[in-house]
Write a protein that binds this ligand. Structure first.
Ligand SMILES: Cc1cc2nc3c(=O)[nH]c(=O)nc-3n(C[C@H](O)[C@H](O)[C@H](O)COP(=O)(O)O)c2cc1C
Ligand code: SF4
Length: 496
């Protein structure tokens, strides 16, 4: 059970059991809203079930699709959900570890194989979108000695602060080496006095770039650089055969940071909401112009950032209305997942944006508060949907967060809270959920326990699996195993 004890700091400690599930007969499922079709732009989903993006840590170190990626998506596709969104895939042609990339044409053949695999495994029933993402630099938390010896940029501000603190004026002309040595040996309260806020953060959490670091050329120029990069990535997605792209405007990454109320850029891309939404809309326009009006372009964004000074639902409603009016083909609403409230990582590890309260809200667990984790985020999607419908726009809205049963999904569709239901961890726990429920065999579903073993693996950049099946039937012939040799990489076949 990997839910952090720190969780208790911000939640009432209430452990929830899974709600009892009533499963429909095949006939009831066939007549349900959940298993009815919905149009997403020019693409028709056979049903309103959706597997949201999940990074499985299966790509090569150069960002190429591997056989393990094919197996991962093929396994989800064999349950024939209405749509699958391929994990966050980097739009730039820069190294980013074993995360998929789409920043160059050399990635197209591998991605095309992935599309082909999903088509085959789903018998052509599942539509496939790919989430495309940009992120800024995040470094690992440094060893303090190394930080002072190598990374800190020594300035006169440090010399002055040390001189003030020690009462020794000679520090105002001390060498860089002397300043580094002094700080390397200094106590915490001294460091707080001498270092700036960002330097303290870099020391304690690792250096992390912000969209507001406009003194850096590559950050200042993001509004010119990003639209064509996203547009080129979307064109590659179309060439690889994806049914559409999901622009990643959520969680801790570049585009969400432009939308954030904490974006104080003064170049017309920060400050008021109208300005914060400007770059996301310019990215959309560039993508749309490049892929054409008939290609599905959606986005994922936050209904609530869940951080101090961050966006709340009223901001999200404003952004949702602007996105819908601009012509996005779907809007997928997520919550939280920010760096700002993340836990301090260990030395040598990078800060992970799902460890604080906002992280909890993104992937809620059964260790919760009175409200509990089940369907916890639906109200955000509902508020956004209501506002968009009032504007007379019919953009489909996707919700996700702690949804695992047919009744939960059907009820939220009946209330018109959303148009499509995302099952991320439940699909990981049982990729056959969709097929089982469709056939009236819901009692055979392996239900997600929402305790986040999978998320713990993601945090450690380990191949993601589910605790309910990764040690099961290990003697099956030809199964792919994790690097540590202890876990199978995809769920066992459903023996009907
Ligand atoms: C292992 C793992 C990886 C994830 N990776 C992504 C991702 O690449 N992009 C994204 O938008 N959300 C990602 N998420 C969040 C899920 O898409 C989803 O929003 C979240 O798990 C809540 O939905 P659920 O309760 O149905 O799991 C990830 C979640 C998990 C568990
Ligand atoms: S998918 Fe599996 S590992 Fe992840 S929360 Fe559900 S039961 Fe746990």
């Amino acid at each position: 059970m990997l839910t952090s004890p720190a969780m208790w700091r911000f939640l009432q400690p209430v452990r929830h059991s899974l709600p009892a599930a009533r499963w429909p007969s095949a006939g009831e499922a066939a007549a349900s809203r959940l298993f009815s079709p919905v149009d997403v732009g020019n693409v028709r989903l056979d049903e309103r079930t959706w597997v949201p993006a999940m990074v499985p840590w299966r790509a090569t170190d150069d960002g190429f699709v591997t056989p393990d990626n094919l197996d991962w998506y093929g396994r989800f596709a064999s349950g024939r959900p209405g749509a699958i969104v391929v994990e966050a895939t980097g739009v730039r042609d820069v190294p980013s570890g074993p995360l998929l990339r789409i920043g160059h044409d050399r990635f197209i053949p591998g991605l095309a194989r992935l599309v082909e695999r999903v088509r085959l495994a789903s018998g052509g029933h599942t539509r496939l979108f790919i989430q495309i993402i940009d992120f800024l630099s995040v470094r690992r938390r440094p060893d303090p000695a190394k930080y002072f010896a190598r990374f800190l940029d020594v300035t006169d501000r440090h010399r002055r602060a040390i001189a003030d603190l020690t009462g020794a004026d000679r520090w105002t002309s001390a060498s860089d080496d002397d300043v580094r040595a002094f700080l390397g040996a200094a106590a915490d309260d001294v460091l707080v006095h001498v270092l700036g806020e960002r330097e303290i953060e870099s020391l304690r959490f690792g250096y992390r770039e912000r969209v507001t670091d406009t003194h850096l050329d590559h950050i200042r120029s993001l509004p010119e650089v990003l639209p064509p990069i996203f547009a080129a990535a979307a064109v590659r997605a179309r060439e690889a055969g994806f049914d559409g792209v999901e622009l990643h405007f959520a969680h801790a990454y570049t585009m969400a940071s432009f939308l954030s109320a904490r974006n104080t850029r003064e170049d017309g891309y920060g400050g008021a909401r109208e300005q914060r939404v400007r770059l996301p809309l310019e990215v959309y326009e560039a993508v749309r112009e490049s892929v054409g009006g008939d290609y599905v372009v959606g986005c994922r964004f936050l209904g609530d950032e869940v951080i101090e000074g961050g966006n709340r639902i009223d901001d999200a409603v404003y952004f949702g209305r602007r996105f819908a009016a601009a012509g996005f083909d779907f809007l997928s609403v997520s919550k939280g997942g920010k760096f700002e409230d993340a836990k301090q990582p260990k030395v040598g590890q990078a800060v992970y944006p799902y460890t604080g309260r906002s992280g909890y809200e993104c992937m809620p667990t059964v260790n919760s508060d009175e409200k509990g984790p089940f369907g916890r985020n639906v109200s955000l999607a509902a508020a956004i949907r209501r506002a968009i419908r009032k504007d007379g726009v019919s953009t489909p809205i996707v919700t996700a967060g702690g949804i695992g049963t047919f009744d939960e999904a059907e009820a939220l569709l009946a209330r018109e809270d959303a148009d499509v239901v995302g099952f991320a961890r439940q699909a990981l726990a049982d990729p056959d959920w969709f097929e089982k429920v469709r056939r009236g065999l819901g009692s055979e579903v392996r239900r997600c326990e929402f305790t986040n073993y999978c998320e713990g693996l993601d945090q450690m950049h380990k191949q993601v699996t589910c605790k309910l099946w990764d040690r099961v039937d290990l003697d099956e012939p030809d199964i792919a195993m994790s690097e540590d040799g202890r876990r199978r990489l995809v769920a066992p076949s459903w023996r009907r």
